[in-house]
Design a binder for this molecule. Structure first.
Ligand code: SF4
Length: 321
């Protein structure tokens, strides 16, 4: 079992104690599930009952508050994600987010990749919650090479909580400084956020990949994704029956956008249905006669769009049909 440092575990237990909860529901993403039993045992040693969620947990939006409440819990401990700056919907019980920074060293990839940054003087930094602690050291390192570094505050109404933090559904920390930079450097792992950032801004995005120790220019991948997106819109123009995907996860609650998309589709002579589910999966749509899907749930669904075997478009693409 990967162990949570003693100090952090003690702090977590005192937060739960302070909240006065007698029974706590604990959630963690797959990579941190190995810590659940340790947290559960520590809570119980402190006289607090613990219920450990075995459901997947994809992000800060993915709160199991309703079922936690049904099981008599008074507090939700959400491990591994930063809390939302602005919550779309009020959870059914108090939530404590316990962030888990991940160790990594950006210096090798950055040193080897400095050539890729040569043409850019003003650089905006962005990252995910796990690597926010790294922003200052990367800033200093780049400043020592003569770069001007900016870190955006995001939007006051946004979901991301910290300066420089981006989420798959909130790139405001980058868009808010886009006019003042020549390029962005995204620090993280996996290509989802780097690609999302490249799609959200009109400036070049370089991806400092902490897993593979590489620095990648996202331009060609951005173009490829745009071609896929526009091909889906073209196909959607000929479709009649639209399923509008809405997640029931407390933090997603994008229902207004879904209703607006339905009304727009109907005004164009299409048939549309609002389809609600927790995690969105192709097998849950079996038996429904649909030609096209509109994703009003997590943008990450785009990565798995091929599994649905029909075009999947964004709510804003409905305007283009
Ligand atoms: S909706 Fe998707 S991108 Fe936004 S916080 Fe949830 S999991 Fe992350």
């Amino acid at each position: 079992m990967v162990s949570m440092e003693r100090e952090r575990l003690d702090l977590l237990i005192s937060k739960a104690r302070l909240a006065g909860a007698a029974k706590v529901f604990v959630q963690a993403p797959e990579g941190l599930k190995t810590q659940l039993q340790e947290i559960g045992s520590a809570l119980e040693k402190a006289g607090i009952s613990a219920v450990l969620s075995c459901e997947p947990c994809y992000g800060a939006c993915d709160m199991r508050d309703a079922e936690a409440r049904r099981l008599g819990c008074e507090l939700l401990l959400h491990i591994g994600h930063a809390g939302f700056g602005q919550m779309a919907a009020k959870p059914a019980l108090p939530v404590i987010y316990e962030e888990c920074p991940l160790e990594a060293d950006p210096s090798n990839a950055l040193g080897a990749g400095m050539k890729a940054l040569e043409g850019f003087r003003r650089i905006g930094l962005a990252t995910t919650a796990q690597y926010l602690y790294m922003l200052d050291s990367v800033k200093r390192l780049l400043e020592s090479k003569g770069k001007l570094i900016l870190i955006g505050n995001g939007s006051a109404n946004g979901r991301a909580k910290y300066p420089g933090q981006v989420l798959g559904c909130d790139y405001a920390a980058a868009t808010s400084i886009e006019g003042r930079v020549d390029a962005f450097l995204f620090i993280g792992t996996g290509r989802f956020h780097a690609l999302g950032l490249a799609a959200a801004v009109g400036k070049p995005v370089l991806f400092l990949d902490l897993e593979n120790n590489t620095l990648e220019d996202m331009s060609s991948e951005k173009e490829r994704q745009e071609r896929i997106r526009f091909a889906s819109i073209e196909k959607a123009k000929g479709c009649k029956n639209f399923g509008i995907l809405v997640s029931t996860k407390t933090g997603q609650a994008n229902f207004k956008a879904a209703e607006a998309a339905k009304a727009k589709l109907e005004s164009k002579g299409k048939s549309a249905w609002l389809l609600a589910m927790d995690a969105i999966a192709p097998e849950k749509l079996l038996g429904l006669k649909l030609d096209c899907l509109v994703n009003c749930a997590c943008p990450r669904l785009a990565e798995d769009a091929a599994q649905f075997r029909k075009p999947v478009i964004r709510p804003e693409d409905v305007e283009r049909l």
